[in-house]
Design a protein around this ligand. Sequence first.
Ligand code: FES
Ligand SMILES: [Fe+2]
Length: 383
Amino acid sequence: MKHEAQVEQLRKIFGYLDAGETAMGDAVYRHHVSDYTSPDQAGREREMLFRHEPLLIGLSCELPNPGDYVTDDFSGVPILVVRNEAGQVNAFINVCRHRGARVASGCGSGKTVFSCPYHAWTYDRSGRLRSIPFEQGFESVDKTSNGLRPLPVVEKYGMIWVMPTPGGSIDIDGHLAGMADDLVAFGLASYSHYETRVLRARLNWKLVIDTFLETYHLSTLHKNTIAPILHSNLGTFDGMARNLRMIGARKTIDALRQRPESEWDLVRHSALVYVLFPNTVFIMQGDHLETWRVYPGDSVDESKMHVSLYTPEPAVTDKARKYWTKNMDLLMATVQQEDFPLAENIQRDFHSGAQDFVTFGANEPALAYFHRSIKKTLGINAV
Ligand code: FES
Ligand SMILES: [Fe+2]
């Protein structure tokens, strides 16, 4: 975020602090419980959100060199992303054109070719089918039309997006509308990937995202963990097309008031939380970046996610690694011991018949905005 924009947001935060206020939406929003429990809606989400929207696959720093690759099947489509010798990132459906085995697994570096583990059909970094063992058995097979199926992919702002449906293209600036300035200023191209962990939870994927979208719960649920660090029930809110940004204030923020505006640094004294539509929570956390890429699980009541931590400098010393591992452990502990156990009961009890709606207060504007964006995309009328 540019400095002028940081100052503007800081002034807003100081105003809220002085008045005991927070960003407010227009009204209370009643949100239908079936949004979290309907298998029909889950099916539409899989098709419309997880097949036909650009999904963040990771940051460029995860694939710095030709031959570096990652795979990911959480969208329901097995995806292979690889950087080729020209430095371009390509994405493919990770399925062999012979009889359908996955040609790559996990992630790695220095690959010149991907050799299928079943019968060794071999593809290059641009997805071209290079060799077929015992080729006389496949005389009529045209190698040029049997490369890996390409997927639309874009690399920009130090980030990589893939749409898991062949054909079509990604208009990433249209998709990110209004967020580009913030992303450019973060300078993500120079970040380093520290670690990614996979979590599974017994809650709908949108309920995972909901846990990040208000600061109202900090003083109760996170009384001893986050509340001593961040102000509760205080934050800014801005919708940006279908994405959103909310800024929570660290308690250190007050000290900035004694400093000249030219020295004001919002990033060090806040948690900048973005939802990159549809399924990524992107949190700039003072001295590092966290991303939560959240996907539906096997049923409407389950989810799975990649949680990644990125650092502005590579962690090359033991001291640095210890620091970041501790950071990641603390993050996991807060979510797994505080947010998720409570939210898993919420998910279970949605089926109890207690109520048809949950209520988002006007002081929880990001929740209403996120769900309106989803519903609008799915063609469901918001309440
Ligand atoms: S399935 Fe890949 S070589 Fe046979
Ligand atoms: Fe929380």
